[in-house]
Design a protein around this ligand. Sequence first.
Ligand SMILES: *Cc1c(COP(=O)(O)O)cnc(C)c1O
Length: 363
Amino acid sequence: MSIADRLMTSVVKQLTPYQSARRLFASTDSQGDWLNANESPFANDFSTDSRRFNRYPDCQPPAVVASYAAYTQLEQDQVLVSRGADEGIELLIRAFCQPGTDHILICPPTYGMYAISAQTFNVGVKQVPLKEDFQLDVDGIIEAEDTVKLVFICAPNNPTGTLPAKNDIVQVIEHYADKALVVIDEAYIEFSANDHHVELLNNYPNVVILRTLSKAFALAGLRCGFTLAQGDVIAALLKVIAPYPLAEPVAQIAAQALSQDGLGLCQQQVSFLQNQQTRLLSVLETIPNLSVVGAQNANFILIRCQHKDSLMAALVAQGILIRDQSKQYLLDDCLRISIGNEGQNSRLIQAITTFYQDRQELS
Ligand SMILES: *Cc1c(COP(=O)(O)O)cnc(C)c1O
């Protein structure tokens, strides 16, 4: 037994590394069509000023916090910036869940990192699946209450693209008023801008909202996200965050992305992607071997298709990568397609259409 195997904690022994499609399939320098991780196809220009690189950065860079507070019309003490929304999830679990005793509650099919993060810290995961229409099972969520400290609601939900009804979310928040925090993950909210839940923050002290620059802001490589909550929740997270969670170049670029110009560019690119989504959807709906599942409130489309594995393999052979979601609850044979640029979407349509035509001729 290696030294690592002998010393590893029993919790860590049971973990498996996060399986991104990139880790599973790809070589590092491949020039493929990456439609698997809901990244933006745009790579925007930024500049950095190296004159501060010899100094440790601010824990909470004031320019970044101030611009995100302005963007969301919140006070600065209601905003925490972190290494992606994923770090926000982790900080919430570390600050509010007692390892070995407490639970988080998730509503699958949904984003995988809530459960992965909880498992890493030996925090239990209660699952209350979405209903067949991908809406919240409010009664189930309320029944599960014992030892639940965090309820994660993804809105719009990844990978279904659906929005949970606001009434249902409010019911959950009110039920858990002095028992648990309700964390609304709005990673895709710029694609559904009128459906945000910021106003709930000021009415209910147990609401937390997660945001990111990774999706609509086209900065997945930056690793920058936000947690929005009342000041005392943010203060608790600041107790467990690393002293320098954001590198100085990250802070500089994030501030540029949140400037007036940056916000304008983001909005323009969101409209472009929404048009591409409509175009992709109209073609996919004509292919008899597949059906569109869920809704399109984010930058992806979920499909259920025949011969799912062969289709994936045929796409990979042409350098097109999408994401298999078929292991998730309610999502048998489902694949998720991130909206790319015009060329990528055209190649995808062509590849799917050809795949089913070829199969038809064979049979
Ligand atoms: C992509 C994604 C995140 C992660 O955001 P990062 O800021 O890149 O860590 C969080 N939640 C959901 C639902 C996502 O899809």
